[in-house]
Write a protein that binds this ligand. Structure first.
Ligand code: TRP
Length: 453
């Protein structure tokens, strides 16, 4: 995140237009694509889920992403401040509060999974991940992700996140990720090619791409909506916060479309890697949150030089997760700094402490707290479910209604056309989507999933 100080203004701005795309893609691409997408698709029947997911990315995700960009860059504020500046004296800013709280809930379980990537990376280097038999691999997996280990590694990850947020290595990490993210992409393509040679390739492809429409149930639809929000970093004001750092020449529409396409491609690639392997190795696609971490070592270690592939993959996944958690943390940090008058150091500290507390609850869900459930879900699964399937869509609903109905059309147009410098032909359609399609879809899906319609 290369930031330069704008003259006479306190807020930082990305130095280049590329900075805008690189950072939003960095936020969007992460565990949501590699870990969450395959496990959600696996739980929800493959092709049927993919179709719904793709529909939501284009019909709801892109308009909402643009709406967040407009609010963020137009006000140059944190999420709470953005609502407040655009509608002073009202309580729309409660959606800002919702976003801030939700971001901390997500960080709690996200950092646990990100901790596993660090642990798996190290275990690949030491050879610990290369178990001889399938059972041994499963056993080994259970040891690696047990409560105690998860607890240590989640904190290791949070420490990395802390260092970046505090500012010291920001430039280094961003520059590195400009090289590493394309490398990550390349590595995914290599593993996709490898999938082709697995015995279960066609079965896996069939599962992922052939929609069995009879499998589309309310929970599949809600799951797909939640996944679209999660993967595109929507509904909490995360993209809003990043857009507040865009420089004024960045084209918002183009940035939104590029980000969405890249993000979706990475998720689909992950599916093409995982599902053929699931069927080749006789595993179940509906294993849930641990699916990817069980399947990936199988893939790596049937390749020559398995340890190297494995190390490289988990290292890159670790870095991709880090660019996502930085963006999640930035939501509350920018709020603490701008609305509560904290110094950046103090804000980072507060955000980190809350994250550690939540992360410990989630890590212990794989240990002593496994039996502690609310609505039948332990902390880890509860936080994951509630944030994606309830809180994010709710935040998205607020944002679309707000921008669609309450923000002046001229303001939106100015942001999207850079005060008339560019054309943005889809303005009317976009506003129509924000006014009607997005809110209606989200409300109907909610009602449908609780069985009201
Ligand atoms: N999109 C990221 C991923 O796929 C996670 C993420 C980052 C996120 N920032 C967010 C999710 C804000 C919701 C809201 O891994």
């Amino acid at each position: 995140m290369e930031l330069i100080r704008e003259e006479k203004r306190e807020r930082a701005v990305f130095a280049t237009k590329l900075g805008a795309i690189a950072t939003t893609v960095g936020s969007a691409v992460g565990l949501g694509n590699i870990w969450r997408f395959p496990y959600e698709a696996g739980v929800h029947g493959g092709g049927a889920f993919l179709i719904c997911y793709l529909g939501f990315v284009f019909l709801i995700g892109i308009p909402l992403l643009i709406a967040e960009f407009v609010m963020g860059r137009g006000t140059r504020s944190n999420v709470f401040g953005a609502y407040r500046k655009l509608s002073p004296g009202t309580r729309w800013d409660l959606f800002g509060v919702l976003g801030i709280i939700t971001s901390l809930i997500i960080l709690s379980f996200y950092t646990v999974v990100a901790g596993w990537t660090a642990e798996f990376c190290l275990a690949s280097i030491t050879g610990e991940l290369n178990f001889a038999t399938e059972e041994a691999r499963h056993e080994g997996f259970m040891v690696l992700t047990n409560g105690g280990n998860s607890m240590i590694w989640t904190n290791v990850f949070i420490a990395f996140n802390f260092c970046i947020l505090i500012g010291g290595v920001t430039k280094g990490i961003e520059r590195a990720s400009n090289i590493l993210m394309p490398l990550f992409f390349l590595l995914l393509v290599v593993f996709c090619i490898n999938s082709f040679f697995l015995p279960g390739f066609w079965e896996g492809m069939n599962y992922l791409f052939w929609p069995d429409f009879s499998k589309i149930t309310p929970s599949v639809i809600l799951g797909a909506l939640g996944q679209a929000f999660f993967s595109m970093s929507l509904g909490l004001g995360c993209m809003m916060t990043y857009a507040s750092y865009f420089n004024s020449g960045s084209r918002l529409g183009k940035t939104a479309v590029t980000t969405s396409i890249l993000d979706t491609m990475v998720a689909v690639l992950a599916g093409v890697i995982i599902f053929p392997a699931v069927f080749s190795f006789g595993l179940s696609p509906s294993a849930g949150p641990t699916l990817v971490f069980e399947v990936l070592p199988h893939i790596f270690y049937q390749l020559p030089g398995g340890g190297i592939w494995s190390t490289l993959f988990f290292l890159l996944l670790f870095l991709a997760s880090l660019t996502s958690t930085v963006s999640l943390s930035e939501i509350s940090i920018s709020y603490f700094c701008e609305e509560k008058g904290m110094t950046r150091g103090k804000a980072v500290m507060v955000s980190t402490l809350i994250t550690i507390f939540g992360a410990i609850l989630c890590a212990l869900s794989f240990g002593p707290l496994a039996g502690f459930t609310i609505f039948g879900l332990d902390f880890f699964n509860l936080f994951d479910y509630v944030s994606s399937n309830v809180l994010m869509p709710l935040g998205g609903l607020g944002c679309s209604v707000f921008v669609g109905w309450f923000v002046k059309r001229q303001f939106i147009e100015n942001e999207l056309t850079d005060h008339g410098k560019y054309k943005f032909r889809l303005l009317k359609i976009m506003v129509f989507f924000l006014q009607w399609i997005c809110p209606a879809a989200i409300i109907l899906i909610f009602l449908n999933s609780i069985g009201a319609i």
